[in-house]
Ligand binder design. Sequence first.
Ligand code: PGA
Ligand code: ZN
Length: 406
Amino acid sequence: MVKIKKIFAREILDSRGVPTIEVDVWISRGIGRASVPSGKSKGKYEALELRDNDKRFHGKGVKKAIQNINSTIAQGLVDMDCTKQAKIDNRLIKLDKTPNKSNLGANAILAASMACARIGALASGKELYSHLGKWKKLPIPCFNIINGGQHAGNKLAFQEYMIIPVRFHSFKERLRAGSEIYHELKDILEKRYGKKAINIGDEGGFAPQLSKVEMPLKLITQAIGQAGYERKVNIGLDCAANEFFKNKKYVVDGRSLTTKQLVDFYAELVEKYPIISIEDPFAEDEFKAFADLKCKIGKKVMIVGDDLLATNPERIKKAIRSRSCSCLLLKPNQIGTVTEAIKAANLAKKAGWNVMASHRSGETNDPFIADLAVAIGARYIKAGAPCRGERLAKYNRLLRIEEQLS
Ligand code: PGA
Ligand code: ZN
């Protein structure tokens, strides 16, 4: 038994310069520190992120959440055994008492939960990934190299265009391929559209002024070929379709498409490009549309649920029943504790799905999800482009984990 002595939270800034929470948890021989990310294209079924909504930081301050950690949460966790993560998370859930963590704030609760996991690992003399789980395989990275939607100032309806280096023997080789293709794409964009095309979006991918959703697929396929990785690297999309769902139609390339038309459009894209994964192809309540797409192209392409599932067990169960997905996008801050995130991953895996561990568009340098991905045996991880410190923090952590495990 290693007792928690003290818990202290502070307001820090995330990669967009917006306040977020960092927590220190103390035991007699050290501290565990963690910080939480924040999304921009958030789904309505996510646990509540508590913001101050006052004058500071345009309403985005997190002082209330910090106060909740330094008072209620600290009082509730001090003297507990820091190596017992499930018990700690259970206590956090009880202290909050609401289904969506709206009382103390999911940002407050998750930051405390993650910091406890870190100190629990230290107290047990283990790496974080082996403290949290028994799996020892590295996930395949999905690098978001062209940004659209809410993450960029361009007209692209789809939010993320990812390259997925599938046919390689190590994480290290996958990271190298990701970086080489990223820089190949940079050259292509600059030669074709000039310097303004290589500005980057929130997740480190390029944000060129393109307006047709197919164009990035052409450019990325060209970059993969020129870098010499044809047939070794595939493409993944996060459409984040909630954001272009207007009056029951999907507004893509200036056209308003019905669900059926959008299903056909995705099927066409999959025929033309080496796409193996499509996330949130439809809005967050459209279980049936997801299932229709899966029925049509699901043998070739993984259907990933993000806003649809919100890392929430009830919604995951519903999607299992309705055959809507074949992969869970796992975002710990959608549900609010480390233990619940692990349970969500296990639920998805039991149904035969894949799991893709995910960062958020507003990040910190905390590489927690890298360890979590290894701990739960996630087949994939997405943490943005192979560019920008807060994105590389995750990929570089995985390089170190691979060294330890080989
Ligand atoms: P967000 O986007 O972090 O801005 O919500 C990430 C995603 O949709 O996967
Ligand atoms: Zn998404």
